[in-house]
Design a protein around this ligand. Structure first.
Ligand SMILES: [Zn+2]
Length: 246
């Protein structure tokens, strides 16, 4: 009951300021497309009042202080936009929702190899901490991984540079190195592969191995080739920082 009174009071305090009048409905509605979502409608003797909320705030959750309504005048075709006298204060940081201690737990779990959201949720339940929602957890993992590993995107130029820097044959026979690589930009053509259909896009070829693996190949008569991608987290520990080829 108390809460209800409080909300009512807050609502009454809203101060509406005339923003602009449009000659047509289409013009008025086009002007608010990007930022506003329809919230509710009131019918008054002055005309229909359609309220919009700031769509940067989630529908279910605290709303942004700023809102607008369109008055479709009853006695003529013009439409006037009114705006509350307030600043945007919508929630931007999606990560803020998770408790700091829970974030630390998630990071610990992640670094212990418990990386999948479902596994993390289960582990958090066992620790009896304040549970984040799945969306919060996923958002936080994206944010954490980005900070930990850097951006997931790499340009062909950066890839070329990375290959260049990792071509030296290491003394440790288990350490990886770039045996050979080739990068073709879309205006270049294959010189040696007549069978390859050129679709005009950028291409790269990269061959990573280790002295020990190459030694095994020299004793083998068959080769089983395979490729791994999007495996960054697992590969990193074995062969050092490797860019992600998406
Ligand atoms: Zn807002």
């Amino acid at each position: 009951m108390k809460m209800k009174n409080f909300q009512k009071k807050k609502k009454l305090k809203k101060c509406w300021i005339k923003e602009r009048t449009f000659d047509t409905v289409a013009e008025a509605e086009a002007s608010i497309l990007d930022q506003w979502s329809k919230h509710y409608t009131n019918h008054t003797e002055n005309g229909r009042m359609v309220y919009y909320r700031c769509n940067k705030a989630k529908l279910r959750g605290p709303q942004c202080s700023i809102s607008i309504y369109l008055l479709y005048h009853a006695d003529h075709d013009k439409v006037t936009i009114y705006k509350t006298e307030a600043e945007h204060d919508h929630h931007v940081d999606k990560v803020r929702g998770i408790d700091e201690n829970v974030k630390k737990c998630i990071e610990e779990l992640y670094n212990d190899g418990i990386m999948k959201p479902k596994q993390i949720i289960r582990a958090l339940q066992a620790r009896k901490v304040k549970m984040p929602t799945c969306t919060q957890l996923n958002n936080y993992l994206v944010y954490y991984k980005k900070n930990k590993y850097g951006s997931h995107k790499i340009s062909l130029g950066e890839l070329g540079q990375w290959c260049e820097n990792n071509q030296n044959i290491p003394t440790d026979e288990n350490e990886s190195f770039v045996v050979s690589y080739k990068i073709l930009y879309n205006d270049e053509e294959y010189e040696d592969d007549e069978d390859v259909e050129d679709d005009g896009g950028n291409k790269f070829r990269i061959f990573i191995s280790s002295v020990r693996l190459l030694g095994i190949i020299s004793m083998s008569s068959h080769l089983c080739s395979d490729a791994t991608y999007k495996g960054r987290g697992r590969i990193t520990s074995q062969i050092g920082p490797l860019p992600n080829f998406n």
